[in-house]
Design a protein around this ligand. Structure first.
Ligand SMILES: Nc1ncnc2c1ncn2[C@@H]1O[C@H](COP(=O)(O)OP(=O)(O)OP(=O)(O)O)[C@@H](O)[C@H]1O
Ligand SMILES: [Mg+2]
Length: 266
């Protein structure tokens, strides 16, 4: 059984407190977001077109859409890891374009737990070190960091592997380390890019049930990219992206056909 012990937040910073964390607060506001990338042959390729949506504190949202539709690009903007080419983005009540690099780093470190599509683990550090890493940025003392990281590794069933390096693990195990790391610091917002893509269905469902618990019982906001309609059932809202545009934004429909049909309407 998955059990989570919550350590009191040791955070101090700005906007999350300023905008009074409570349900019904818009924590993410994307307004006419466009994103283009330069092409090696010259010119640019536009990947996102006029993306508009808001996400409230306490929501559990799935972002779906075909490969290459722009889901990770959108997630990178939401996590303030990349900037939009045009449009405005407010995170926790602040236009991110007005925030300093330090403030952005602080918000990322202290409030957001990332699960990246390619895991982004530090290959030269043990998995215990990897899971402890965000806690160091949050100023936790060493003993607390170790205790918490072990607790998280137990949660994802990897407690016996703490001295292993990521290269010694399977894809599914690396994914579980990435999830343990994302959850270690009790983030208020989890951004997960296909968090169960490399897991068997039993472990995938365990992780999703845990996400559901974090969302329901602790009010943690979760935004998750997934290709699987079955996985999206854990969330209560789907944003479907097709060719860089939102084609559906609403409750989880009865059938995936609704999402596929939305692609044709654009
Ligand atoms: N850093 C980059 N430089 C140039 N092009 C990029 C970059 N990142 C993404 N793209 C392009 O943007 C488009 C959307 O990519 P993105 O990774 O957002 O898709 P995705 O929906 O997450 O796909 P998948 O489901 O396969 O992960 C693709 O055509 C991709 O080639
Ligand atoms: Mg992607």
């Amino acid at each position: 059984m998955l059990v989570l012990q919550v350590k009191p937040q040791q955070t101090k910073v700005l906007c999350v407190h300023e905008c009074k964390m409570k349900n019904e607060t818009n924590i993410i506001v994307l307004n006419k977001i466009n994103k283009s990338f330069p092409l090696s042959i010259g010119g640019t390729q536009q990947v996102l077109f006029d993306i508009n949506f808001t996400i409230k504190s306490g929501e559990f949202v799935s972002i779906m859409g075909p490969s290459g539709s722009g889901k990770s690009t959108c997630m990178n903007i939401i996590g303030a890891l990349d900037g939009a080419t045009s449009g405005t983005y407010e995170l926790y009540g602040k236009d991110i374009s007005t925030m300093s690099a330090d403030d952005l780093a602080t918000v990322r470190n202290e409030y957001i737990g990332f699960v990246f599509q390619n895991f982004n683990l530090l290959t030269k550090r043990t998995i215990l070190d990897n899971v402890m890493m965000p806690l160091m940025y949050r100023g936790w003392v060493m003993n607390d960091r170790i205790t918490r990281a072990r607790e998280m590794l137990r949660l994802v069933g990897l407690e016996k592997f703490e001295t292993y390096f990521p290269t010694q693990l399977s894809g599914g195990m690396k994914q579980r380390v990435a999830i343990a790391r994302a959850l270690a610091g009790n983030p208020k917002l989890i951004l997960a890019d296909e968090p169960t893509g490399s897991l068997d269905s039993k472990m995938g469902n365990e992780i999703l049930k845990f996400f559901e618990k974090l969302n329901k019982e602790m009010g943690i906001t979760i935004i998750m990219i997934t290709h699987e309609f079955e996985i999206a059932q854990y969330s209560h809202r789907i944003i479907h992206i097709f060719d860089g545009r939102v084609t559906y934004d609403g409750p989880v429909p009865k059938s995936e056909l609704t999402l596929l049909k939305s692609e044709k309407q654009k």
